[in-house]
Design a protein around this ligand. Structure first.
Ligand code: ADP
Ligand code: MG
Length: 897
């Protein structure tokens, strides 16, 4: 398992770069396979490389890996954004875990681990840095290296490798960036860079820099293993501009060459070879002199040339070439592409496994790359994929390319329903507790605010009453005081008067004292009036204060109003939470069902069929009858059937799907059926069938109806509610075999009801049943056969009891040819139902003539001989013997039973 993400597996040194044992190697043949010389300390190349170096994480000892595999996801293009809008991507990336999940369906996915996982957001710079930079750096250090892009046409191989990025530098691909890095690191004076650009098409190498040169041969040096193409053009590169021009020229030639060959670029491999020659200095060598052993004559370092090669390969599209119908040129082309890609895959696997034998010789492509991967060379493979679920198959096979199966982390993530149910239960409990806490806090808050408002109002009232009372007392006191003063004055005046009268008599005139008294009284009166006015003012002031206090009271009212609004809000929230709880409960119900189902299947060792009923009716009844309630029933009681049925009309499509699954599962238990029907469940399910919106909903609703249709009372209800015509419409519309199986199952159940025979026929039920044989799925055929057998049995019973006479309605409806054709069907359930149906039909003389003409007699005779069930064999024999017409026909044909 590539737990460390590197492909050199065992970590042995075989084929890996070894740190130089001695750095003063002088052999002229050291070339690319030599380790870095003296200008680097041992292993420095490895340490210098970026985080994406080829060292294994395991040992950290600098043992290099030979192949790194990265995967890059292309963003959705405009066409996919519209066409696949309703579908999820076929992959899900987990770059932080370096994992890719390939979706198998809504529930299952397979996980693969890569050395690098590049999402649709990865920039060209990042892609260069993780995929190509380590290879380029090792090329600069004197090793050969390869970067290859592999993937289905249109997934971004050329985008990744070949983009020139002239308008937008950030768009430059690996080719341009590699050259840039090489140019920056080499010396213009002493080093040289040259490039060849080739196309490999149908095992022929063409020169993209000189199109006339179209059959270049590969020369391998048997001694060093170096590969060269003496016939190919080598162009010296001095700067980035000349390189860009060369790429453009190569691309133009490629288009022209492919037009001439009448093929597309995607069918050929484009190979860019960059030859790097660097001069390096060997180490100074000390030569001892004869006279003095300790003194040295130092020889100057010897200049060496170090050659290495970077190969960038834009591989042919990985899509499987349509073999059917391919012939001639197309077939040859397909063979050649498959040959080179599969040879490449084998080599990559062998390298990744550090296998002693790398099957280089199998194709021209691998021969050409011989000295660029394997040995000390480094290889990066970037696998490009698209997101479209429509290309899932191609994407899957692309991902598998170059990966050893056992080297790959394939985590099969089973859906753990039990733990999910547990998690949901915990979540549910938390929500319930939270809801309770919020409710309590809210009630407390309302109570507190009410109390506070009341206190404030009563305080204001109290203050006001006190102030009023005080003021009243004050006024009263002042008034009393004034009255008292006036009385005193009056007495004083009276006394004065008497005395003055006496004096007046004496002086016969009014004395000045009287006038003074009047003035005093006047003053007193004025004062009194003034005081009254003041008191009035005070009263008014108090009144206005009271008004203000009243307003303050009104402020309290506004607060209460606000609280009421908050209360309503809370009530609304609570309602929503309750709804959520119901949904969660129903989800849990569904999950518990599925977990039960799974457990039962595992216990039985059977396959996981999520919908019981039909062929395994009442499998759950046993559990519920065994005394105590199943967790499912208990949960069902908690949630309540009405609430679940309400969810069938939820605005959320997922909730609707969920709810219908729950109802279907509940309907599989006989114990629940009555409650479901009483609560209007049957009507709701029929409504769902009528307002068809989604295949899952329709399939599951039909399944639920089929389960309900096992019960005789429900069968009549289904008919009364127009169920048969709805089922017939679904039977003729639906394509999905599982939907058809459910519909056929429901009609088959109705066929077994004596009272419904005529209606079933008149409302098109038999026609609908027979129509479904267009879907050849054995599950559907088996339900159709069961329906026919049920119908024939009821008819036969009615005829025997004298309730009906005449030819079978089944024969009238044209069922006989299909019955005869399938009487010996390979599938046992189909065969068994039909054999029974034939026996029932044969019991009535009115059918005999049609049966003989339709070939049914032969089948009946076969049944008497071959049928594996003794009871059916003897039933067939008895039936044939008791019919006059059959007997005479058998005599005529000399058939003996
Ligand atoms: P291939 O060479 O694999 O056939 P191309 O490189 O020609 O695919 O890419 C096909 C199309 O998808 C091109 O239009 C290209 O610009 C676009 N494309 C590919 N990869 C990316 C990406 N990572 N981001 C944006 N567009 C991309
Ligand atoms: Mg391309």
């Amino acid at each position: 398992m590539a737990s460390n993400g590197y492909r050199n597996g065992t970590g042995t040194n075989k084929g890996a770069i070894k740190p130089p044992a001695s750095s003063n190697i002088r052999s002229s043949s050291f070339k690319s396979r030599l380790p870095p010389s003296s200008n680097h300390s041992p292993g420095s190349a490895l340490r210098r490389t970026s985080s994406a170096s080829f060292t294994t994480a395991a040992g950290g000892d600098g043992v290099p890996g030979r192949v790194r595999v990265a995967v890059r996801l292309r963003p959705r293009n405009a066409e996919e954004s519209t066409a696949d809008a309703d579908f999820a991507d076929c992959v899900e990336l987990q770059p932080e875990l370096k994992r890719l999940k390939l979706r198998k369906n809504n529930w299952e996915s397979e996980t693969y681990e890569f050395d690098e996982v590049l999402t649709e957001f990865a920039s060209q710079k990042r892609v260069y840095e993780v995929v190509a930079k380590p290879v380029v750096e090792s090329v600069l250090d004197g090793y050969n290296g390869t970067v290859m892009a592999y993937g289905q046409t249109g997934t971004g191989k050329t985008f990744t490798l070949g983009r020139l990025g002239e308008e937008d530098t950030s768009a430059r691909g690996i080719m341009v960036r590699s050259m840039e890095e090489i140019l920056v690191n080499v010396s213009r004076e002493t080093d040289s860079i040259s490039v060849s650009y080739l196309q490999l098409y149908m095992e022929t190498i063409q020169d993209l820099l000189d199109p006339a040169n179209d059959n270049i041969s590969i020369v391998e040096d048997p001694r060093t293993g170096d590969v060269s193409l003496p016939g190919a053009t080598h162009v010296e590169i001095k700067d980035e501009q000349s390189f860009l021009e060369l790429l453009r020229l190569g691309e133009a030639h490629r288009i022209a060459a492919n037009t001439k060959l009448n093929t597309e670029s995607s069918r050929s491999h484009a190979i860019l070879m960059v030859h790097v020659k660097r001069s390096v200095l060997g180490e100074e060598v000390a030569i001892p002199t004869e006279s003095d052993k300790s003194s040295h004559f130092v020889k100057p370092p010897k200049p060496l040339v170090r050659k290495s090669k970077l190969v960038l390969v834009d591989l042919a599209g990985s899509e499987r070439v349509q073999k059917s119908g391919s012939e001639g040129h197309m077939l040859e082309e397909a063979k050649s592409i498959n040959l080179s890609l599969s040879a490449l895959g084998k080599c990559i696997n062998a390298l990744a496994e550090n296998s002693a034998h790398v099957p280089i010789r199998d194709s021209k492509l691998t021969r050409l790359l011989r000295d660029s991967f394997g040995g000390t060379a480094r290889t990066s493979l970037i696998v490009t994929i698209g997101p479209s679920p429509r290309h899932r198959g191609e994407t899957a096979s692309t991902i598998l390319f170059g990966q050893r199966v056992e080297n790959m982390l394939r985590i099969k993530e089973e859906f753990d329903y039990k733990s999910l149910a547990r998690r949901l239960e915990i979540q549910l409990d938390k929500l319930i507790a939270e809801n309770e806490r919020q409710q309590k806090a809210f009630d407390d808050e309302v109570e507190r605010i009410n109390l506070e408002a009341q206190n404030r109002v009563s305080e204001v009232e109290r203050n006001f009453t006190d102030a009023l009372e005080k003021e009243r007392l004050k006024c009263q006191m002042e008034y009393m005081e004034s009255v008292k003063k006036l009385e005193e004055k009056m007495i004083e005046n009276q006394q004065k008067h008497q005395h003055d009268g006496f004096m007046k008599d004496k002086c016969n005139g009014e004395g000045p004292g009287f006038c003074e008294d009047i003035a005093v009284i006047k003053k007193l009166l004025e004062k009194e009036t003034h005081m009254r006015k003041e008191a009035e003012k005070e009263v008014n002031k108090l009144k206005s204060q009271l008004g203000q206090h009243m307003d303050a009271g009104a402020g309290g009212d506004a607060e209460i109003l606000k609280l009421q609004i908050a209360l309503e809000d809370e009530v609304h929230q609570k309602k929503k939470l309750e709804e959520e709880i119901i949904i969660l409960r129903s989800q849990m119900l569904q999950l518990t069902f599925e977990a039960d189902q799974m457990r039962r299947c595992l216990a039985r060792g059977g396959s996981g069929n999520a919908y019981p009923g039909l062929d395994s009716p009442m499998s759950q009844v046993r559990d519920s009858l065994s005394g105590h309630k199943t967790p499912v029933s208990a949960l069902f009681d908690q949630v309540g059937v009405e609430k679940i049925l309400d969810l069938l009309e939820s605005e959320d499509a997922n909730v609707r799907i969920h709810a219908v699954k729950v109802v279907a599962n509940l309907a599989a238990e006989e114990a629940n059926q009555e409650r479901i029907v009483e609560a209007g469940g049957l009507t709701s399910l029929l409504m769902l069938l009528r307002s068809y919106e989604d295949e899952t909903v329709r399939r599951v609703a039909a399944g639920a109806i089929a389960n309900l249709a096992m019960n005789e009372a429900n069968q009549e209800l289904i008919m009364v509610q127009g169920g048969i015509s709805l089922l017939s419409t679904t039977a003729s519309d639906a394509e999905d075999p599982q939907t058809l199986r459910m519909v056929a199952g429901a009609i088959a159940n109705l066929c077994g009801n004596d009272k419904l025979q005529a209606t079933l026929r008149s409302e098109g039920g038999i026609k609908a049943l027979l129509g479904m044989v267009r879907c050849r799925h054995p599950d559907v055929l088996s339900q159709v056969a069961r329906g026919i057998a049920n119908f024939a049995k009821c008819e036969s019973r009615a005829s025997t009891n004298g309730i009906r006479s005449g030819r079978s309605l089944l024969i009238d409806e044209g069922a006989l040819p299909w019955i005869v054709q399938n009487a010996n069907n390979d599938a046992a359930p189909i065969r068994r139902h039909i054999e029974l149906a034939l026996c029932h039909l044969a019991q009535h003389e009115a059918n005999a003539k049609d049966m003989i003409n339709g070939g049914a007699l032969w089948e009946l005779v076969r049944i008497t001989r071959d049928c594996s069930r003794e009871d059916i064999r003897s039933l067939a024999r008895r039936t044939l013997n008791s019919s006059l017409l059959f007997r005479s026909e058998m005599r005529r044909l000399r058939i003996e039973l």
